[in-house]
Design a protein around this ligand. Structure first.
Ligand code: ADP
Length: 547
């Protein structure tokens, strides 16, 4: 017997319709590539998303055709989130920090039909243009008067002219909620990039889940600044959740430096922000010497790579900002876990609470987690035993676009299919998951594993350290030994011996790095994460002191 409930597909268009109707006058503020601040609201967003949908129809783009973006966080990008997916096309957000060769490869692989780009990416577009003959239309996200006279891109359109010529009347089509809505390529540190292909259903479920109180806790009273780029896993789903909840949105555009972000937070009374640790490192680096304070910021979601405990502590104790440590992956839309305390933990001493809050947190309903050993046997949730982390759920991929890389899932004895995250983790009795490492970064020393994250986090707690990366170096006896590459804070003094002494008593003796290498910078990847492959290349020829 079926339930007697209306059968309405979960479509992205319904989110913008809802936001328009129920939160029409809620503001969306963007710092533009043009340099100024642009403001409008969900009503105007909806209207322009419909114009865009009409414009895509006019160009003859078909259902499921891919529409690419090379764009910062801003209102036009947001219009594309809804206009492209809502009209049945697939939004392909491209990370502009990738190499042009990689971008061209991705665009050809995705078979993009149209590319919309911010003018700051014109040189990049010029570099890929000739390599992407399949792209039929090129649109610059600007007014006609800003179109460069000799862009070298025949038929280049201005977004404002293009959508401005269209009617705002448009009936969002109804189709299968499992239809593809957007796609995002993983950074592909090894091999070619592979694309996660999200659906309307997965995006909607993720948007609901992300907004929940013990997840991102978003509401119509929040002013939200997603620093996490809209080209990185849909800005962690914030644009969608914000539309469902009616949050004010504040977009930073191209100005991602600490000073600009801080000023925007203050000017727009942002109480909620989200980004990777390196972004906050820059902002705190700007604020501290100038003695600046936040007047409205209360919470920030930090994820994408391990948030150093020292950062959680600084935010909380020095600035009164609660850090929500989150973990996820491109393949998971991206949210998997988020760290908030349970009721019983409120009675714990502060340092115990802090220890919990450093973990990556508890699974969100919809995401199932387990850790397994090398034979696929499930390991206990004791907070100590670590193993390969597997996940499953309705917003987790079951394969990659065009079947790249084959079937990634692993079947267990009950026939349930799991996605292997490539992370190594522990899970405690309360379900708090902690990432020990990425399996490829974990340091194998004398048959034991050393967590590179743990070593980095400790280094980051030293006041003279701005950034630290721990990697394993080959060792004839122990297999590998850890060393830590350290970037000193400007003007700070720190010797190798002082750094090594700092570890004493904090980790087991055999886990203390064998050496400290001072570097100018740690190489960062396209999504702001430390690129350990690159660091290892830079350290080529390095010899452990004991050898
Ligand atoms: P890519 O894999 O392409 O670098 P993702 O954004 O999908 O891009 O990266 C997902 C990976 O990032 C996770 O598998 C995990 O290793 C790491 N990660 C994400 N969030 C955290 C976190 N809070 N703590 C530690 N690692 C994290």
């Amino acid at each position: 017997m079926l339930g007697l409930i209306q059968d309405q597909p979960l479509l992205i268009s319904s989110m913008i319709e809802f936001a328009e109707r129920h939160h029409g006058d809620t503001e969306i503020v963007s710092r533009r590539v043009e340099g100024d601040i642009h403001r409008y609201n969900y009503r105007e967003l909806g209207l322009r998303a419909r114009r865009l949908a009409n414009a895509l129809d006019k160009l003859g783009l078909l259902f499921s055709d891919r529409v690419a973006t090379l764009a910062w966080n801003g209102y036009r990008h947001m219009e594309m989130y809804f206009g492209v997916s809502g009209s049945g096309r697939v939004l392909h957000t491209i990370n502009p920090r990738l190499h042009p060769e990689q971008i061209a490869w991705i665009m050809n692989h995705a078979e993009d039909q149209l590319l919309c780009f911010d003018l700051s990416f014109l040189p990049l577009v010029q570099a890929v243009h000739a390599k992407c003959p399949g792209v039929k239309h090129w649109v610059a996200l600007c007014n006609a008067d800003r179109l460069p006279a000799d862009s070298g891109i025949p038929g280049l359109l201005s977004y404002e002219d293009w959508i401005g010529a269209q009617s705002p009347d448009y009936a969002w089509p109804r189709f299968d909620e499992n239809s593809a809505s957007s796609m995002c390529y993983t950074s592909g540190t090894t091999g070619n990039p592979k694309a996660a292909l999200y659906s309307h259903r997965s995006t909607t479920l993720h948007a609901y889940a992300a907004a929940l109180p013990d997840v991102m806790c978003l509401s119509a009273r929040d002013s939200v600044l997603p620093v996490v780029p809209m080209f990185h896993v849909n800005a962690w789903g914030i644009p969608y959740s914000a539309a469902l909840m009616g949050c004010k949105l504040v977009f930073p555009g191209p100005a991602m430096d600490g000073k600009s972000i801080y000023e925007l937070i203050e000017a727009e009374q942002v109480n909620y922000a989200a980004g990777v640790p390196t972004v906050w490192q820059m902002m705190l680096g700007h604020m501290k010497p100038a003695g600046l304070r936040f007047s409205t910021l209360r919470r920030t979601v930090i994820g994408g790579s391990a948030c150093p405990p020292a950062m959680i502590h600084t935010f909380k104790e020095d600035y009164g900002v609660e850090v929500l440590h989150a973990w996820g992956m491109t393949e998971m839309s991206p949210l998997g876990t988020l760290c908030t305390l349970k009721s019983k933990h409120l009675a714990y001493p502060k340092d115990e609470q802090m220890k919990l809050l450093q973990k990556q947190g508890r699974a969100i309903y919809g995401v199932d987690l387990k850790i397994v050993d090398g034979d696929g046997k499930e390991l206990p949730w004791d907070g100590k035993t670590y193993g390969d982390l597997l996940v499953r759920g309705p917003w987790i991929v079951n394969g990659y676009f065009k079947g790249e890389g084959g079937d990634p899932l692993i079947e267990d004895e009950q026939g349930r299919r799991w996605f292997p995250t490539g992370d190594v983790a522990t899970i405690d009795a309360d379900g708090f998951m902690q990432i020990t490492d990425r399996s490829k970064d974990v340091i194998k020393s004398g048959g034991e594993w050393i967590s590179s994250i743990a070593i980095e986090n400790l280094a980051m707690a030293h006041p003279a350290v701005a950034m630290a990366a721990c990697v394993g170096m080959p060792h004839p006896k122990w297999d590998e030994r850890p060393i830590v590459a350290v970037v000193k804070r400007p003007g700070a003094q720190l010797t190798r011996e002082e750094m090594l002494a700092f570890y004493e008593g904090k980790v087991a003796k055999w886990q203390i790095p064998d050496d400290v290498v001072f570097v100018e910078a740690i190489p960062l990847g396209a999504t702001g994460k430390m690129l350990k492959t690159k660091l290892r290349e830079q350290l080529k020829g390095y010899q452990l002191p004991s050898l």
